[in-house]
Design a protein around this ligand. Structure first.
Ligand code: SF4
Length: 369
């Protein structure tokens, strides 16, 4: 998924009008008897949602996912989804904004460390130049709507599966969505989009439809959660690996690692490539003493892609990671980060800094208007 930049922004004047407009749309819920608390004191890491029945709607209408202002105390959105765990060396952490990147506290580790995440590796393989802009030059890579929507869906599912099995209902998900959506609205990246109120409502509604899509694929009540949002950090055959896995669950007596996806499911041809990431999670879990036997990508729009985890499958994924890690070092040592031009240049945030990318876009789509 797209990368993103969630740097704190002191002056939010840009886009504030839009933000205010969007927020006006939720005023009817200002008085809703929804109580949302984050169970920090108890250290249970749970969103506690209490409501009177009158506030619960089963209509699935847009209103059912309206934000409530009563979000104080809810776990803040991980604005470090693209966290950089700084290092004294040139290669910083390579993480991903949408793959539930390592928690901020890792950034305060006293000893600077370097890691490679699946998405960082993927960025390098797609285009080394882009990798340099992002991880060496540290140029902003603001998340677009798809990445923000992905964050929203991950947050809702994370909280949903934190509830007791019988409570994992659509109505409960709606309450969670109400609590989580303001985090998205208040994200500087969302504010910077300066969406018209109607466009903001559409994004919110589309995001909620993805959560509904999840319910169409499986019954969360039956999910036997082992771990959720688990941070992985280990050495994978010489590569310092980091990642956060959405879910480890038990299915038919076997441990399964699951990664949620909010984008379009790949065609058969690209499936193996997409499974690479979850195989890396499986390898990391194995290295950390939690072996899993199955891996799956849950495309909440459409379907689940499941595969076995074997020594061969994880071995291939780790070998590819090693190659990328080695290539990153070569690029650093030679200061050569070759551009890989192609259709993706049109969506690359670094096009203004990349003459090759601009030329490619012009070749494909004609001169800028
Ligand atoms: S514009 Fe294209 S070639 Fe340039 S950094 Fe982006 S993806 Fe790479």
């Amino acid at each position: 998924m797209d990368s993103g930049h969630y740097a704190e922004q002191d002056d939010r004047s840009a886009g504030s009008a839009s933000s205010r407009s969007i927020r006006r749309t939720v005023e009817p819920l200002d008085h809703a008897s929804v109580v949302l608390r984050w169970c920090r004191g108890l250290g249970c890491g749970r969103l506690v949602v209490a409501t009177s029945p009158a506030t619960m709607s089963s209509s699935g209408s847009e209103d059912s996912v309206r934000s409530t202002p009563s979000t104080a105390g809810v776990t803040p959105l991980r604005q470090n989804h693209q966290v950089d765990i700084t290092t004294s060396e040139r290669i910083s952490v390579v993480t991903d904004p949408t793959e539930k990147a390592p928690e901020a506290e890792a950034a305060s580790d006293s000893a600077p460390r370097r890691f490679l995440s699946p998405s960082g590796a993927s960025t390098f393989r797609q285009c080394a130049r882009r990798w340099r802009f992002r991880y060496v030059d540290k140029l902003p890579d603001p998340p677009g709507v798809p990445a923000l929507v992905g964050t929203f869906v991950h947050r809702v599912l994370e909280e949903l599966l934190a509830a007791d099995g019988a409570d994992r209902t659509v109505d409960h998900a709606k309450l969670i969505a109400r609590a989580v959506w303001p985090e998205i609205e208040e994200n500087p990246a969302f504010i910077d989009l300066a969406l018209e109120p109607e466009a903001g409502r559409r994004v919110r509604w589309d995001a909620w439809r993805l959560v509904e899509g999840y319910f169409g694929l499986e019954d969360p009540v039956a999910v036997d959660v082992v771990e959720r949002e688990q941070r992985l950090e280990c050495d994978l055959d010489g590569v310092p690996f980091v990642g956060v896995v959405d879910l480890v669950e038990r299915r038919d007596g076997r441990q399964v690692v699951t990664d949620y996806k909010t984008g379009k499911a790949p065609s058969q041809r690209f499936q193996d490539d997409r499974l690479h990431q979850v195989q890396l999670y499986a390898a990391a879990l194995g290295a950390m003493g939690q072996p899993v036997e199955r891996a799956r990508l849950l495309y909440v729009r459409s379907r689940s892609i499941d595969t076995d985890v074997t020594d061969t499958s994880t071995g291939e994924a780790v070998e590819k990671l090693q190659t990328t890690w080695s290539d990153i070092h070569v690029a650093e040592n030679t200061d050569e980060f070759a551009p890989t031009v192609g259709p993706l240049c049109n969506w690359c945030p670094y096009q203004p800094q990349c003459s090759e990318g601009r030329a490619e876009v012009e070749r494909r789509y004609g001169p800028p208007v």
